[in-house]
Design a protein around this ligand. Structure first.
Ligand code: FES
Ligand code: FES
Length: 155
């Protein structure tokens, strides 16, 4: 079945089984390897993408869910002003260790900055509660997002 959608601002079409997992479409068909597979069960957030402006675990979504929709992956977000700001803040606070979880954190953090953006630690913790990191103590990640909210507010 042919399915069209917008992927990182480009119109794309793929002819595939509509039940193919979105993570496989992104990684294998489009070589968007920033979308990581951790648990494969919708629990860890490593595979988070924005589908129609909402964070979605792409390991438990199927290609059919993307039909005529809009997908933004970590790669697309990294090219935006907010994405660049977040990456700079992650760098500045040394928040990244192995980096496996970070594309997912970037997507969830970007969504928070776009939809709320209040520099409020408790809200940020809730916004990132679907993302698991096995390396860090989370505090530096929260600090980075807080910093990005403050910088965005000032800009
Ligand atoms: S790999 Fe999708 S939520 Fe863990
Ligand atoms: S930095 Fe290693 S899993 Fe988060």
């Amino acid at each position: 079945m042919k399915i069209k959608f917008i992927l990182n601002k480009n119109e794309v079409e793929i002819d595939a089984n509509p039940m193919t997992r979105l993570i496989d479409v992104l990684r294998e068909h489009f070589q968007l390897l920033g979308t990581k597979e951790g648990c494969g069960e919708g629990e860890c957030g490593a595979c988070t993408i924005l589908l129609n402006d909402k964070p979605v675990a792409s390991c438990i979504a199927n290609l059919i869910h993307a039909e005529n929709g809009v997908i933004l992956t970590a790669e697309g977000i990294a090219k935006t002003k907010i994405g660049t700001l977040l990456i700079d803040c992650f760098d500045e606070t040394n928040a990244v260790q192995c980096g496996f979880c970070f594309p997912g954190f970037l997507v969830s953090s970007y969504h928070y900055l776009k939809t709320d953006g209040e520099p409020n630690l408790e809200k940020i913790k809730i916004a990132l509660s679907g993302n698991i990191c096995r390396c860090t103590g989370y505090q530096k990640i929260f600090d980075s997002v807080l910093m990005a909210c403050e910088k965005l507010d000032l800009s």
